[in-house]
Write a protein that binds this ligand. Structure first.
Ligand SMILES: CC(=O)SCCNC(=O)CCNC(=O)[C@H](O)C(C)(C)COP(=O)(O)OP(=O)(O)OC[C@H]1O[C@@H](n2cnc3c(N)ncnc32)[C@H](O)[C@@H]1OP(=O)(O)O
Length: 169
């Protein structure tokens, strides 16, 4: 399969924070943000693989900054690394200042999607070639994150997590 670039999967969703999507402090409800990130990441993984994709894990979510009611929120998702059937998708969340238009990074998350056939069986996806320094940095660290996710899910023995062990040697 021919390699693809992260930019080919880049998916941007921009939307407002409306009443009904906020917590008692009038900030965006965490579950609503997770859902927006899942949608953007699913589209990105689908663009990379051109397959049905399912969310396999949510590996890292940092709610660093509250997002107030009425904010313009942009969720940007890109495949950072493709393995055999799984893809790591990196998501950056930006909040736009309505007067200046300046965007501030509010949150980030890392999801894993798996490409499957009509029966739900995992299928191979194209490899990915990172281009920018940030894409290369995320690509390089993705195997470590995959091993951590598999160990935490009980799907890999800690002894087999070579990339994690290398951090401490
Ligand atoms: C878009 C949506 O929201 S879909 C709804 C929510 N998601 C779902 O319903 C998915 C339900 N889960 C499933 O269907 C299955 O568990 C699957 C397809 C994710 C994985 O199936 P498995 O039988 O575990 O398959 P298998 O062991 O071959 O793993 C497939 C790939 O997923 C990876 N994987 C599985 N679990 C994890 C995990 N927790 N973290 C990271 N990667 C994982 C494996 O490493 C493997 O990757 P690779 O082929 O690139 O090496």
């Amino acid at each position: 399969m021919e390699a693809r670039y992260p930019s080919e999967s880049c998916t941007t969703l921009t939307d407002l924070v409306l009443t009904g999507e906020t917590n008692p402090l009038n900030n965006l409800f965490g579950g609503e943000l997770l859902a927006r990130m899942d949608r953007a990441a699913g589209i990105a993984a689908g663009r990379h693989s051109r397959r049905i994709v399912v969310t396999a894990s949510v590996n890292h979510v940092a709610f660093n900054k509250a997002i107030p009611l009425g904010s313009v929120v942009t969720v940007e998702a890109k495949v950072s690394r493709a393995f055999r059937s799984s893809m790591e998708v990196y998501i950056d969340v930006w909040v736009e200042d309505r007067q200046s238009g300046d965007k501030t990074k509010a949150n980030e998350a890392i999801y894993t999607f798996v490409a499957v056939n009509e029966s739900g069986t995992p299928v191979a996806v194209p490899p990915i070639t990172p281009e920018t320094p940030l894409e290369k940095e995320r690509f390089d660290a993705a195997l470590r994150r995959k091993q951590l996710s598999l160990v935490l899910a009980g799907k890999m023995k800690p002894d087999d997590a070579t990339e994690l062990k290398a951090l401490f040697i």
